[in-house]
Design a protein around this ligand. Structure first.
Ligand SMILES: [Zn+2]
Length: 115
C-alpha cells in the first residue's frame, strides 16, 4: 500500500510546475515536488539525447563536449506533449527531445557532482 503511494509521488515529482527561461543561457525548472533545478545551456546542449548526438544502438555519446561552445544559447524552447522539452539552439541544432524525466536526472546528477 505504502509503495503504491510512493511510486505515484515519484511520477508526480517529474512534472514541472514552472519552466522559466532566465536568460538565453539559463533555464530554471521548478518541479511539482518543490525541487528547483537550474540548467546552463551548454550543459543541456552537450547532453542532447537525439540520434545525431547519441548512437541509437550502443547508447554511446557521439557528440564531443569540445564541439559545443560554452556560449551556446537557447534560441527557442517548446513543450512537447506533456512529457518533454524541445530546444532550438543558437548553433542550429534542434532535434533533441528532453523528457522531463531526463531533465530531472541531469539535474540530480549535476547536484551529486557538486556535493
Ligand atoms: Zn542532438
Amino acid at each position: 500500500m505504502q509503495q503504491a503511494v510512493d511510486s505515484k509521488e515519484r511520477r508526480h515529482s517529474i512534472e514541472p510546475a514552472e519552466i522559466s527561461q532566465e536568460s538565453n543561457t539559463k533555464l530554471r525548472i521548478t518541479w511539482a515536488d518543490g525541487q528547483v533545478c537550474n540548467y546552463e545551456s551548454a550543459l543541456l546542449r552537450r547532453a542532447c539525447p537525439c540520434a545525431q548526438c547519441v548512437d541509437e544502438w550502443t547508447g554511446e555519446r557521439t557528440l564531443k563536449s569540445a564541439a559545443i561552445s560554452d556560449e551556446v544559447a537557447i534560441a527557442d524552447l517548446t513543450i512537447v506533449g506533456r512529457y518533454a522539452l524541445n530546444f532550438v539552439w543558437s548553433d542550429g541544432h534542434q532535434t533533441g527531445i528532453y523528457s522531463f524525466q531526463y531533465l530531472r536526472e541531469l539535474c540530480e546528477s549535476a547536484t551529486n557532482v557538486l556535493a
